[in-house]
Design a protein around this ligand. Structure first.
Ligand SMILES: Cc1cc2nc3c(=O)[nH]c(=O)nc-3n(C[C@H](O)[C@H](O)[C@H](O)COP(=O)(O)OP(=O)(O)OC[C@H]3O[C@@H](n4cnc5c(N)ncnc54)[C@H](O)[C@@H]3O)c2cc1C
Length: 435
């Protein structure tokens, strides 16, 4: 097998993968279709372009995205090095100068003697060539059709609508009740609203401020996946006959006119998702409007809802735990296409795919990112079977808590300190590969 790797896509994940491989001594052919084939949101021909916000999230270790960045920093991630070099003062947030960031990434790639750039659209998979595909949420239609043909239509999604999730402990149990629609299982936490509360809530939803990404095309929603504010605008009663219908629920209060159902998002039940509540409301509006629901008045959000065009594979069905395609073992998937969401999350999975590919080609044992690291939790999430697979960003709700454990909430400081120890071990191991 040749040592040369092909990396497709010069965004966050692809640039990270290409630079990681070259630093390990592997020649890389990097395909990027811009500028001859632009996407709806990229504005330049630069590598590592940040398509929207210039924030990479918090820098604090007790925040999951802060820990993720520190893990990448210790591993020597090229994207993190460029981020550190283009950082802007922004309080507790880690913001960067977007132009400088992608300029640095581009410089690293263009000056790297082991990387050959091909400015071309990649349309057909050649499973005999070791390849990392990192074409992201705006992968070209031709490539998406190819992946659909090879992996099955049911394993590729084009739009992503995300509902918010909250910490279970922040939901008022005295104002909610457990029940499933039409069943005996008490799998859902139901947050009831009276008639007056319901119409007040709907009115605020109809008028709340949205935060839509800057896409050039017209925003189109799938009927099966409408944002909740869009349903509300179709009529005052649309929601109570839709996701908020109070039917089939045992033990509901007599004045219950509508409900919001919350469903467990992790094994331990510490994180609950608002079922059917995908939304494009601005974050401050999500806080304001959803906290109108009595049981959610003190709700603490783990993740906010969002909606944008987003191609992603159903990772658990098509990927091995090494991020390889089950059907094509010489092909790895990296970045947002795997089912993560976020700049640093995509970079992290670009890094992991590159290490896995290098260990495969070089005959080294694959470095084990355990569940005790944020990177390991992301890999675990995109490769572990679940009912309703949706992209995720880094969050402490991904941490596994033993059912028997006395402490139900994650001790973030402890988790972070332990994670960084694991990461240092992996960094030392990978360092020996370079020799
Ligand atoms: C509209 C929008 C806004 C977003 N805003 C944010 C945000 O503010 N903060 C955040 O953290 N995350 C955001 N994300 C989420 C996401 O994490 C980023 O999009 C991230 O850039 C994904 O990294 P990636 O490397 O997987 O894909 P990308 O960075 O998009 O890179 C993929 C690359 O592949 C190229 N490509 C595509 N198809 C082909 C092909 N067939 N052949 C060759 N090249 C190809 C593309 O031109 C692109 O350069 C946003 C996503 C979208 C869609």
């Amino acid at each position: 097998m040749s040592r040369e790797m092909r990396v497709v896509g010069g965004g966050l994940a692809g640039s990270e993968a290409a630079l990681t491989l070259s630093r390990l001594g592997y020649p890389v052919e990097l395909w990027e279709m811009r500028p001859s084939h632009p996407t709806d949101v990229h504005e330049t021909d630069q590598f590592g372009e940040l398509v929207c916000s210039n924030s990479l999230g918090s820098d604090a270790l007790r925040d999951a995205r802060g820990l993720l960045k520190e893990e990448l920093r210790l591993l020597g991630s090229a994207m993190l090095q460029c981020a550190d070099a283009s950082r802007l003062p922004a309080g507790k947030a880690f913001a960067v100068d977007k132009g400088l960031f992608s300029k640095l990434v581009t410089q690293h790639i263009e000056e790297d003697p082991l990387i050959t750039v091909r400015r071309e659209e990649y349309r057909e998979l050649d499973p005999s060539v070791p390849t990392i595909i990192a074409t992201g949420p705006l992968s070209s239609p031709a490539l998406l059709a190819e992946l659909q043909g090879r992996l099955g239509r049911e394993n590729l999604f084009f739009y992503d609508a995300i509902a918010p999730s909250v910490w279970a402990e922040s939901v008022d149990t005295s104002l909610s009740f457990l029940s499933s629609r039409g069943g005996d299982a008490a799998d859902y936490v139901n947050c009831p609203l009276t008639k007056e509360e319901y119409y007040a809530f709907v009115h605020e939803l109809q008028t709340a401020r949205q935060h839509l990404p800057e896409t050039r095309g017209e925003q189109q929603y799938f009927e099966a996946c409408l944002p909740v504010e869009e349903i509300a605008r179709r009529g005052d009663d649309a929601l109570r006959f839709g996701p908020m219908r109070p039917v089939g629920l045992k033990e509901r209060p007599s004045d219950c006119f509508a409900v919001i159902q919350l469903r467990k998002e992790n094994r331990e039940g510490s994180v609950l998702g608002l079922v059917g509540f995908q939304t494009s409301l601005a974050i401050s509006e999500q806080q304001r409007v959803f906290r109108m629901v009595p049981a959610l008045r003190q709700a603490s959000f783990v993740r906010y809802g969002l909606i944008h065009r987003n191609a992603f594979l159903r990772g658990p069905s098509v990927l091995t735990e090494d991020l390889q395609l089950r059907a094509f073992p010489h092909v790895w998937i990296a970045g947002q296409l795997c089912g993560v969401d976020g700049y640093m999350e995509s970079s992290a999975l670009g890094f992991v795919a590159a290490l896995n590919a290098a260990s495969f080609l070089g005959g080294f044992p694959r470095p084990a990112f355990s569940h005790e690291t944020m990177i390991g939790l992301l890999v675990d999430y995109v490769t572990t079977e679940c009912d309703d697979f949706q992209p995720t960003n880094a969050n402490y709700g991904l941490v596994r808590i033993e059912a028997s454990a006395k402490q139900k909430a994650v001790n973030r400081e402890h988790f972070a300190a332990n994670a960084l120890k694991h990461i240092l071990d992996i960094a030392a191991e990978v360092h020996t590969w370079r020799a």
